[in-house]
Structure formats: structure tokens, C-alpha cells
Design a protein around this ligand. Structure first.
Ligand SMILES: [Zn+2]
Length: 398
């Protein structure tokens, strides 16, 4: 993906929003059709059938005909893609598209290639039924056959050209690095570098709390609520931009410096899912505390540190050079003598081996173990076979 910020005029802004609304409407209709599947009825219409229905609908309804056919057609194609991903098990069930939240559409084919360079910094692209929209050329525009226009919650418009960038070549030095991801330190390298993903500053956290409180007091649908929401979105966008910037720079740096990058295999999706409710055996209908709020705090830590993003981007930039290591006991095992005991861990940050006396930052010690690919169980040499049906467990309780 190669993304640029676009700056539409007020009239173009309205036209772009119209495209987004059409794409969203078509997506939601397709989702509605798909969700009506039951065992006794036949299969729900697929992409080809839905496209045919779209053509019929365009003939019948003037407002649909007024929109761009490419935008509507591509919404169906996107939905088809989402269904495929869902059935392949790589993605979750497609969800409803919501105004203000999922604003975007896709343009493919010859219309997607009409790009004109204006001057040193600006270019323009001809968006069907919208006109020439200016965008800031912050890098070379790739030769792409399709692009996607999106609007984020902070109201910024972007255009992303669909190209797969070339992977970063390995340095060829044979160097291996282990990356341990944590809450206190975002990433510790086996080279004893500690990397911190920028999160919220103290001042921003206070402003966040303040805005959230203010939002709770606003009347639904009021102008004030809209303004507070916009301010909140801006704050979130700033934090997300910072995190993304860190992920991109860190992943590029690691891919350039090391031949093999070993990371711990963590299933963030299952770790960040909300804990199960615990029914109270004594009083039917009521529940025991399940530390949900505590876990929510941890989830926030995991997500703000951009764990998943970093590994995903590493795999994009250095395909075949990222190895996943079972993280069991990497934090308790001494990276010098291999002694594994929970007592080795003096506290959250300090590691001291009770046998050889090796002392190190706990996360760096874990990173060295990960770099060595050392992931043995305390009880047995081979990893424990776990039934795929079993609930995923945290590493230390395996
Ligand atoms: Zn030791």
C-alpha cells in the first residue's frame, strides 16, 4: 500500500461522502442477504448473482443509478473477499458498516490510472463522478491498477494505491535477533536494546478522560456531542499515527539489520478477548468477579504497544526471515546456563539466575532465549501437545 493524504474541496468532500454511503449501503445489503442463510433454504447469492441483482436495482432506482457503478460493484467484491477470508478462517465474520466509522470505497480499472502531476509537491487524481481531487505527493506514486479512498474518524481523507512493495533485502551477515514484546517495555532485543512504542502522554490521558466524561453528558444527536466526538477522534488519531510510525520505523530497521528475526508466538486475538463470565454456584443468575476490568487494562496495554502490528509488518517486509518461537519459559530460563526456575525472576524488570548468578534485564534475557530459539518446557524437553479444542493458555501455565 502506498498512501497519500487527499485534500478535496467542500463540493468534492460531499461527493466523496456520497460514494462512501453507496459503498456502505451495498455492503450492508450484501451482508443482510448473506446472514439470512439457514440450513433448510438453499445457498445465499454469491458475488455473480449479487452483481446481477445490483444491475437490476440500478435500473429500478434512480438514486442508485446516480452513484458510481464501480464503487457499488467493488463494495460487492470487497464483501465477497471478506466472506472468503471468513471461510478460510483467517478473519472474523464481516460486520455492519457504520456511517462515520467505515467510510471508504474502491476504484479499479482504467479510471484508477488517471493521475496528473501538478507541480513538485502536488498531484491530482480523477475520481469518477467527483472530478480532479488534489493529493499531496509525499513519495513517488506507484503504478497501480486500483486504489481505495478512505476517511478516518478524525475526518482526514486518504488515497491508497494497491501495490505490494518489494521486500527489504537481508543484510547477509547471518545475524539473528530475538524480540521480546512486553507491557512495560514495548520490545526488548537480544542485543539489549529496549524499544518503547510511544503511547499516551500524561497530558493526553487527562484530556482523554475529560473528553470521555464530557461526551457522556452530551445529549445524543446534539451539536455539542458531535464536536466532542470530533475532538476525541483527533486525539485517538494522533496516538494511532504515532504508534504506526513507530511500528514502521522499527520493523524496517530490524529487517535491514538482521538476517533472521525471531519473535515469540503469541495469539493476541485470543489473549485480548474478554474473559468468560463466572456464574456464582450459590446464587443462580448472578456472577462472581472475573477480573474483566483488570484484563481490559492489560488488553489496552497490549493493543497500544502495537504487538500484532509489529510482527505483521515484519512479515511483510522480511518474508521468510521471521521465525516464531514458542514463548513458554523464555522469561524464567537463564540465557547463559539454561537453568529454568520461577525464582530466577527477581521482579518485573530484573532477572538473576539462582545457579550461575547471571544478571540481566528480564526482557533482554527473554529476548536472548528467543534469539536462540530456546523454548523448552520445564517438565519435558519437547513442547507439550495441546488439543486444538482446548482454550488457549498463557505461556507460563502451559
Ligand atoms: Zn544461569
Amino acid at each position: 500500500m502506498s498512501r497519500f493524504r487527499i485534500y478535496p474541496t467542500p463540493a468534492q468532500h460531499a461527493a466523496l461522502l456520497h460514494h462512501c454511503a453507496h459503498a456502505r449501503h451495498i455492503w450492508n445489503l450484501a451482508l443482510e442477504q448473506w446472514s439470512m442463510w439457514t440450513r433448510d433454504k438453499g445457498p445465499t447469492p454469491g458475488y455473480v448473482e449479487q452483481s446481477r441483482q445490483l444491475t437490476e436495482a440500478r435500473a429500478a432506482f434512480g438514486w442508485l443509478r446516480a452513484g458510481s457503478q464501480t464503487v457499488q460493484q467493488q463494495a460487492l467484491r470487497d464483501f465477497d473477499h471478506a466472506i472468503r477470508n471468513f471461510h478460510a478462517g483467517t478473519h472474523r465474520r464481516p460486520t455492519w458498516r457504520k456511517a462515520g466509522l467505515h467510510e471508504g470505497f474502491r476504484i479499479v480499472g482504467p479510471p484508477a490510472t488517471r493521475i496528473v502531476k501538478l507541480n513538485r509537491k502536488w498531484s491530482q487524481v480523477l475520481v469518477p463522478k467527483v472530478g480532479w481531487v488534489r493529493f499531496r505527493r509525499s513519495r513517488a506514486v506507484p503504478d497501480a491498477k486500483s486504489y481505495r479512498v478512505t476517511r478516518d474518524r478524525a475526518g482526514r481523507w486518504h488515497i491508497a494505491f494497491a501495490v505490494i512493495p518489494k521486500p527489504i533485502p537481508a543484510p547477509g551477515t547471518g545475524d539473528v535477533v530475538g524480540v521480546d514484546r512486553g507491557i512495560a517495555v514495548s520490545a526488548a532485543l537480544s542485543t539489549s536494546d529496549l524499544l518503547a512504542c510511544p503511547g499516551w502522554s500524561k497530558c493526553e490521558q487527562e484530556r482523554l478522560k475529560d473528553l470521555q466524561r464530557r461526551l457522556a453528558r452530551c445529549l445524543r444527536g446534539s451539536n455539542r456531542r458531535r464536536r466532542v466526538k470530533a475532538a476525541l477522534a483527533k486525539l485517538h488519531a494522533r496516538a494511532a499515527d504515532r504508534r504506526k510510525d513507530w511500528v514502521e520505523k522499527t520493523s524496517t530497521d530490524l529487517a535491514r539489520r538482521f538476517d533472521v528475526i525471531r519473535v515469540e508466538e503469541l495469539r493476541i486475538a485470543s489473549m485480548t478477548r474478554r474473559p468468560k463470565p463466572k456464574p456464582d454456584a450459590q446464587r443462580p443468575g448472578s456472577y462472581l468477579p472475573n477480573r474483566r476490568r483488570a484484563k481490559a487494562g492489560l488488553n489496552r496495554g497490549i493493543l497500544t504497544n502495537g504487538w500484532g502490528d509489529l510482527v505483521r509488518r515484519l512479515e511483510d517486509k522480511a518474508p521468510g526471515r521471521v521465525e516464531k518461537v514458542n514463548p513458554a519459559y523464555t522469561s524464567q530460563t537463564c540465557s547463559v546456563c539454561g537453568h529454568c526456575a520461577p525464582e530466577n525472576r527477581e521482579n518485573q524488570t530484573v532477572f538473576r539466575c539462582v545457579v550461575c548468578g547471571h544478571r540481566a534485564h528480564a526482557d533482554v534475557n527473554a529476548a536472548v532465549n528467543i534469539a536462540a530459539g530456546r523454548a523448552v518446557s520445564a517438565r519435558r524437553e519437547t513442547p507439550v501437545l495441546v488439543s486444538p479444542k482446548r482454550e488457549p493458555q498463557l505461556a507460563t501455565s502451559a
